[in-house]
Design a protein around this ligand. Structure first.
Ligand code: M6R
Length: 609
């Protein structure tokens, strides 16, 4: 959701900005723009549409030439996607790019209009540019002072890259809520919404904190507080290299990331297993702490919330602790019954999802302990939670989450095993057995990936459908939710997930030969019941795709297509069964010719509520 890149150095700035922005494309956007100092003057180029449209426009009209500037990909909030609403936006001496939302922009705009300022766009961002410009004029040209004064007025979330016409070859950066990092190279410095944008130039960076202002020059960056006191920052080194953020020969990031799942699981669980037992002590989680929790709430959005659904089934079954799963945007506004003795688990790939972050803060206010399961290092959710388990999936670029989900559920298993042991609900031998099985999942996933052509064949039978149903019971139902989201978000085919036993209470009336059903049936205890539900939809004409165990050979009237899975522990089947669901969604989207990695209207990191 909006990407920011800034650069000061010796390279062709426009090229660096475009390259960096292309690596942030996954965040989702509908217009783009750059501003570059050309012979000490700020030159702006911007365009509605993709970066290719901006590049084409610059080919026609001339590319700004210079070695310092800022760039942006915009995901529209205030004002339609258009050239005039694209960033950068300017006052008379100030030009900036912005990620986030200024909540009090209307009041500020009224003030600025009242002092004679005029506006060229419908955005909240232009208000920020004019406000900084107003203070800059008022204080006769002190950039940091103007920024600090504006910051005191701004409400909402923002990451800003700012340049001043009077200070060529300098870039200013600041943030509140929305993420921003400052990259340090040799004789060059950068700002970026995340480190993937600059990995090919440097892996060294500072995490900018709210209330800090970075001043970048070719010689590096200095960071100040609101009183203009310099702050000593810890230089971090990204442990991802540039290949982690490239397609590596795959046609899309999504299929690359699906294939990375076995490694991601291994990298995530291995450091958390000691002598065959789960060990989350490095994450601040001890058996004593676990034993004290009386109730758990898992709060997250989208795919991360679906990982929480799997966690609920597993924790309740193994540890006998009540688990509520909440959508973060609902949790934060419904006065949840959460308090001391409760553990609130926030799951987030990006660690910056606005609703999940707000839910975390609310949980802390209410006196609960919080645990974050997060992929992005140093993100806001990671920093604010009481306890933290990083998933080690590496950068996930495709908007549709796959490997992040896989490692989120892997962590939920480890957590559930350790919790169950701490609560005395399972004994050490059982905990050891389950942990060993979890360690086997990467090899199982590898084997399933070898059947990807079969998933493509199944996908080929789905592309003409307007709508699909995913059904399952128990853990298979939790998984169906994720399968359905995956399909609809990238193929644009409508789909819903249903608890198979709930169909007869209304939804079965939708079933016709034009409504394919993807049935997940891996749970042995519920198997016969799910098969009965499948027969009911089959009898009403539905084409059925069955995702089930190899050992089950369907009768003639059960399934039109089957994707087989190895026989494995019921409890761990979601780690295997999600793979065909991801593959079917992927190939359906490919066959339909959609923009698989960057589906329309979607952003990877949803930093506004
Ligand atoms: O970064 P987060 O995990 O907090 O993001 C939450 C959702 O926006 C995300 O899981 C979304 O549903 C997926 N990208 C869908 O594939």
């Amino acid at each position: 959701m909006c990407g920011i890149v800034g650069y000061v150095g010796k390279r062709d700035c426009a090229d660096v900005l475009l390259d960096g922005l292309s690596r942030l494309e996954y965040r989702g956007y509908d217009s783009a723009g750059i501003a570059v100092f050309e012979n000490d003057e700020i030159k702006v180029a911007k365009s509605k549409g993709r970066l290719a449209d901006l590049a084409e426009k610059m080919r026609r009209e001339g590319k700004p030439q210079g070695c310092a500037g800022i760039g942006h990909t915009r995901w529209a909030t205030h004002g339609e996607p258009s050239d005039r609403n694209s960033h950068p936006h300017s006052g008379s001496r100030v030009t900036l790019v912005h990620n986030g939302i200024i909540e009090n922009y209307k009041r500020l705009k009224d003030f600025l209009l009242s002092v004679g300022r005029t506006f060229a766009s419908d955005t909240d961002t232009e208000v920020v540019a004019q406000l900084i410009d107003y203070y800059y004029e008022e204080n006769h040209g002190n950039p940091v002072d103007a920024i600090v004064k504006a910051m005191k007025e701004l409400e909402g979330s923002y990451a800003l890259g700012v340049i001043f016409a009077d200070f060529p070859d300098m870039v200013y950066a600041l943030r509140k809520e929305s993420p921003l990092i400052v990259g340090i190279g040799e004789d060059e410095s950068f700002i970026a919404s995340d480190v993937t944008a600059i990995l090919q130039y440097t892996r060294n960076y500072y995490l900018l904190e709210p209330g800090e202002i970075a001043v970048l020059t070719r010689r590096g960056a200095k960071v100040y507080d609101l009183h203009y006191q310099q702050i000593e920052k810890e230089l971090k080194t990204a442990d991802w290299d540039v290949s982690a953020a490239e397609k590596g020969g795959y046609p899309h990031f999504m299929i690359k990331e699906i294939h990375e799942q076995p490694t991601a699981v291994k990298t995530t669980i291995t450091p958390r297993i000691t002598d065959g037992m789960p060990d989350l002590s490095e994450c601040g989680i001890t058996p004593e702490k676990l034993a004290a929790f009386r109730r758990i709430h898992v709060v997250a959005c989208g795919t991360a919330m679906h990982a929480g659904m799997v966690g609920k089934y597993v924790i309740e079954k193994l540890a006998k602790v009540e688990v509520n799963v909440d959508i973060a945007s609902e949790f934060r506004y419904r006065e949840p019954l959460v308090g001391e003795g409760d553990l609130v688990i926030i799951i987030s790939q990006s660690g910056e999802t606005a609703d999940s972050l707000a839910a975390l803060r609310l949980a802390k206010e209410l006196g609960a302990k919080t645990l974050a399961i997060v992929n992005a290092k140093g993100s806001s959710i990671a920093r604010e939670a009481d306890m933290l388990i990083y998933t080690h999936a590496g950068p996930e670029i495709a908007v549709a989450s796959t490997k992040a989900y896989m490692v989120q559920i892997a962590v939920m298993y480890l957590f559930a095993f350790e919790l169950a042991l701490a609560k005395g609900a399972i004994d050490e031998a059982e905990c050891r057995r389950l942990t060993a099985l979890l360690q086997e999942t990467p090899a199982q996933i590898e084997a399933i990936l070898e059947q990807k052509d079969h998933a493509a064949q199944i996908a080929n039978t789905l592309i003409t459908a307007d709508s699909l149903l995913y059904i399952g019971r128990g853990l298979d139902y939790a998984l169906s939710m994720e399968g359905s989201l995956k399909l609809k978000e990238i193929s644009y085919i409508h789909s819903e997930s249903y608890a198979a036993g709930e169909l007869k209470h209304g939804t079965i009336s939708l079933i016709t030969e034009n409504m394919p059903v993807i049935a997940v049936a891996t749970q042995q205890k519920l198997f016969d019941k799910t098969i009965s539900n499948i027969k009911e939809v089959k009898a009403r004409g539905a084409k059925v795709v069955l995702v089930s165990r190899d050992s089950y050979v369907p009768e003639k009237d059960v399934a039109d297509f089957k994707f087989g899975l190895p026989d494995f522990e019921d409890l761990l089947m979601p780690m295997l069964a999600v793979v065909p669901l991801q593959l079917i969604a992927y190939y359906t989207a490919v066959l339909k010719g959609t923009d698989v990695d960057k589906p329309r209207n979607l952003a990877k990191s949803v930093t506004v509520e």
